[in-house]
Design a protein around this ligand. Structure first.
Ligand SMILES: NC(=O)c1ccc[n+]([C@@H]2O[C@H](COP(=O)([O-])OP(=O)(O)OC[C@H]3O[C@@H](n4cnc5c(N)ncnc54)[C@H](OP(=O)(O)O)[C@@H]3O)[C@@H](O)[C@H]2O)c1
Length: 345
């Protein structure tokens, strides 16, 4: 499937046909950069929706949504606006995600239908299981917060959820299904048991957190790596920061490349991501920033030396640690990520 459309971008925007595409196992094309829509605590839904309209006018065709971001209805109104103005549905790539409180068999399809209703669409291009745990927490809670019936990853339960995800494909409500925040041992089980294999895995990826093993694993298995927090989520809420966190856009290697090329450190991160082979989904509600990110991926590529220099600054610094999804006392966030190659129980 190729995507083409006839709506001209803003005069300073990017022709969507010039944006690199990823070809998924199904043969579908997904734009190799998307707009993130998680406004954390500081970007209201209306501002995110306005950014969606502006980003599409600037040439974006891929929007990353989720029910838990609590802005799908506003984004739906923005999408309705661009579709009314003549953009075709098939020219857009829209992702949404199943939240952790809807893993039960009876909840998956209704939850997807709710996202479709809010987004004003009759199908999604990609629907992800947001986290492999059914554990959830109130919005804006502290990192110490735990849901009372929190559980570890239980593969049989995850497969019950996944069977419903597969049904969504059978029903024509979603074109592809995928995962997010998975680890290699969890993906190995899923690949063993899935009737419909995940088309994509959304995972944290930025220069200081390159996840080389998981990145290689998903690519080797025909799963597209979609990279979240590609700039290192510089404005994430205080509760998601720890003293050990590093800052990608202040790294001297990134800053030096940015100075030499006359672009911002953020844009260096985005160019690196697309050239490395992942699909970054940077979030911004500022036109100058989301436009710069998109222009970055159609501009001159980074040199091999620059790519090698960035490969060498991996600090294994996970920013989105997920503490709120832990299931028992005295655990550390590392338990969510199966660091010893076994699924933590
Ligand atoms: N699957 C998951 O569990 C998961 C987890 C986290 C995120 N996500 C997805 O990934 C998306 C991106 O992640 P993120 O929001 O954590 O981090 P991010 O994209 O790395 O960082 C976003 C921040 O970067 C700033 N920014 C963007 N472009 C910039 C530029 N060119 N120059 C300077 N600053 C720039 C934005 O501020 P301004 O608004 O000021 O530009 C925004 O506050 C989310 O929105 C969400 O869709 C998924």
């Amino acid at each position: 499937m190729t995507r083409s459309d006839l709506i001209p971008p803003d005069p300073d925007g990017v022709d969507p046909r010039a944006v690199p595409q990823r070809t998924l196992r199904s043969g579908a094309s997904m734009p190799a950069i998307g707009l993130g829509t998680f406004g954390s605590d500081h970007v209201p839904a209306a501002a995110v929706a306005e950014a969606v309209t502006g980003a599409i006018a600037a040439g974006y065709r891929h929007i990353d949504c989720a029910s838990v971001y609590a802005n799908e209805a506003e984004i739906g109104a923005a999408l309705a606006g661009v579709l009314r103005r003549g953009l075709r549905r098939e020219d857009l790539w829209i992702t949404s995600k199943l939240w952790n409180d809807c893993h039960a068999e009876a909840d998956v399809i209704p939850s997807c239908r709710k996202s479709l209703h809010d987004l004003g669409l009759d199908y999604l291009d990609l629907y992800l299981v947001h986290w492999p745990f059914p554990n959830f927490h109130p919005p804006g809670c502290t990192v110490e917060s735990r849901s009372a019936d929190a559980r570890p990853y239980i593969h049989e339960n995850f497969m019950r959820t996944w069977r419903q995800m597969e049904k969504l494909v059978d029903l024509g409500l979603v074109r592809h299904i995928g995962t997010s925040n998975m680890t290699i041992p969890k993906l190995e089980l899923l690949l063993r048991d899935a009737r419909i294999r995940p088309a994509a895995n959304q995972m944290e990826l930025h220069p200081h957190f390159q996840q080389p093993e998981l990145f290689r694993f998903v690519r080797d298995h025909g799963i597209e790596p979609v990279g979240y927090s590609p700039i290192g989520s510089p404005n994430r809420p205080e509760r998601d920061r720890t003293a050990d966190d590093t800052v990608d856009i202040e790294d001297p290697v990134i800053v030096a490349i940015a100075h030499r090329l006359g672009i911002s450190p953020a844009v260096v991160c985005i160019k690196w991501a697309v050239q490395r082979g992942q699909t970054p989904i940077p979030q911004s509600a500022r036109r100058a920033n989301y436009l710069a990110n998109l222009r970055g991926v159609v501009g001159p590529p980074l040199s091999d030396d620059d790519m090698r220099a960035i490969a060498a600054i991996d600090r294994n610094c996970r920013l989105i640690k997920g503490q709120v999804f832990l299931w028992k006392d005295n655990q550390s966030w590392e338990d969510l990520w199966d660091l010893d190659g076994r699924i933590s129980q």
